[in-house]
Design a protein around this ligand. Structure first.
Ligand SMILES: [Zn+2]
Length: 236
């Protein structure tokens, strides 16, 4: 069913991290914001990404994260953890799934691409698996696009990772996209390029990243929200 009005979509300032000098995006600035997003949907709140988790000594040492607890952040919008019916993880790197565990053991559905879950299971250095992998009953493993609520669609947008996904919210003739890390910075969306900061120099992922950017732009959304930089808008 279509949504009769655009739900409130709020950016959550979940964390800041310090990129190590050798990180591919370090040239663009060492101190990086980590944003998540709240879609205040009439059928229950949907979160896109949950920031950096707490208590991983390796990540604390390497990235020096300052993380804010999800509960008070949501409370600012009158939302409680128990109101969250779904979490969409754009991908499962440590800075996008860190507070997933706050919602483990309940009924919240966790959406990630199957490719992304396979990466976590295959490579123990990919992320913190205890944050990334929801308990089986809560796990929704996707193969491409999927409608997850009225007016809310997950779109496979590979590039930054093979299993990266974005979210399209559509209501009353309006479209808003949460592009997450489909690009590092909005300039890449404007120029339709896959920067080294955001995409490894792997030919398939580079071309996939550009295709993903073009795909999101072709939807003509009023805004594309990003994980680490201000949003892209067509006008400026
Ligand atoms: Zn990432």
């Amino acid at each position: 069913m279509p949504l009769s009005h655009m739900p409130r979509i709020a950016r959550l300032d979940l964390a800041r991290i310090e990129l190590p000098a050798e990180h591919p995006a370090a040239d663009l600035g060492r101190s990086v914001d980590v944003f998540g997003f709240l879609i205040d949907h009439p059928d229950g709140a949907i979160l896109v990404d949950t920031g950096v988790g707490m208590g991983n000594a390796f990540i604390d040492e390497l990235y020096r994260p300052t993380s804010l607890d999800l509960r008070p952040l949501l409370a600012q919008f009158g939302v409680e953890l128990g109101d969250v019916v779904a979490v969409v993880n754009s991908h499962l790197h440590f800075d996008h799934c860190g507070q997933n565990p706050a919602l483990f053991g309940g009924a919240t559905a966790f959406y990630a691409q199957a490719t992304e879950i396979e990466q976590v299971e295959a490579d123990r250095f990919y992320t913190d698996a205890s944050w990334a992998l929801a308990p089986q009953p809560q796990r929704r493993s996707l193969h491409g696009d999927e409608q997850i609520a009225d007016g809310v669609r997950v779109l496979a947008t590979p590039g930054h990772t093979a299993g990266h996904q974005s979210v399209l919210v559509e209501a009353a003739g309006r479209r808003i996209v949460i592009g997450a890390q489909v690009a590092w910075d909005r300039s890449e969306i404007r120029s339709e390029t896959a920067s080294r900061a955001n995409v490894d120099q792997v030919a398939e992922l580079q071309s996939a990243a550009v295709e993903s950017i073009r795909r999101l732009k072709s939807l003509q959304p009023e805004v594309i929200h990003l994980s680490h930089c201000p949003p892209y808008t067509p006008a400026g």
